[in-house]
Design a protein around this ligand. Sequence first.
Ligand SMILES: [Fe+2]
Length: 304
Amino acid sequence: MKPLSSEQVAAFKEAGFLQLKRMLDPGLCEQALDRLWAALPANSRMRRHDASTHVGPFPADEESRDPLHIRAGYLWQLRECGTEPLLIELAYSPKLLAVAEQLLGEGMLAKPTVGGRPMGSEGPAWPGGPTDPAITDGIRGIYCTRPYADEDRSVERDRGHTDGHPFHLGLVGLLADVPPNGGAFKVWPGSHRRLYPTFQLQYDQPRLPYYDHLPRHKGIVHTPAYLAELERVMEDTEPVDCWGERGDVVLWHHRLAHMAGHNTSSVMRQAVLCDFSRTDLNHRRMDPPQANMWRDWSEDLQVS
Ligand SMILES: [Fe+2]
């Protein structure tokens, strides 16, 4: 018995994402939050059970740029736990694996390594640059967005992006309830089908190395077609805010435009992020986008 109906699989193909209720074990969610809060330095003004202390950015003296445990502005990202048994058990549960395998092919899912190197172990890709999320033996980590407080950023325009590292299927799982506009995860439906053909490679994005004398030329190389199509998506597509309750997840296609979302609620967004990949990613990643963008996915999905 497959966990997803053919309608759900077809909906994922069409929209590029799928929201599923109660997919994470609530007990493990609570333990993941225990792990998160235990990592917060004792001198922090934030208190787990006093939501009023979660509001606003980290004060300067509480900030950390350690890629294994980032606390900066409104972001709190704990990556050091990404290969611990608890987080692997949470994100690679039999229930979630069954869904991921239905989409990506039975027996085709790359497995994490408990006790392996978590994302952030390698440090940033260049000075001041991002950490490469592809370099991990486990999940991405626990990602939080503190509420904006009275700083009114609701008028800011939503701006989606696609991720530059190779994977197939993203997972955002809510460890605690996140209300609408709480920064859960925002997606632009259907954008994966429009953006996928504009890349040079099926999964990767070419990067330029960092040179001190060329500080502007760092980062990911986008094709003009990609930039133009992303602009059109931002103009003509209404994003969907994937808010929900503890244990709810959203699964999303790797070329889907998305953003964490502005958190204008009064609750901190606490979520687990994970990327599922197929075991043949390192061969297939050499290919350009395919005429059939679902070539590497399950037969189940291809016939839906
Ligand atoms: Fe992203």
